[in-house]
Design a protein around this ligand. Sequence first.
Ligand SMILES: [Zn+2]
Length: 128
Amino acid sequence: MTDDAGSAGFDDWMDALEAGDPYYIECANGHGSLPPRRICPECGEQSLSEEPLPDTGTVETFSTVHVPTPAFQDDAPYVTAIVDFGPVRVTGRVLDVAPEEVEHSLTVSLTSTKSETTDDRLIAFEPV
Ligand SMILES: [Zn+2]
């Protein structure tokens, strides 16, 4: 067990992602989640460890956003997806593929991008 596991914030997690070292949080009972976590959201277990995230996942659901909130107005249209990485599901933006070509079970890897509107860092996926 690592005492600090799960205490890292979203920015720390994005740093790890950008460094090519994404991870997820696993509890002693094998439940996966994403940081920040102090306890397992599934079972309340407080013994958490950081585990390397699998290299690729598959698109579980997705939607194309044509009319975004003002925070993303310059980014539209874009595709957001929930990707199944096995132990965890990750929500992010799908890059480098036309909205009409995103499909269920598309294999993607995790990466990061920036909002064209706010310059904020975003979780993203690219086809492999
Ligand atoms: Zn758990």
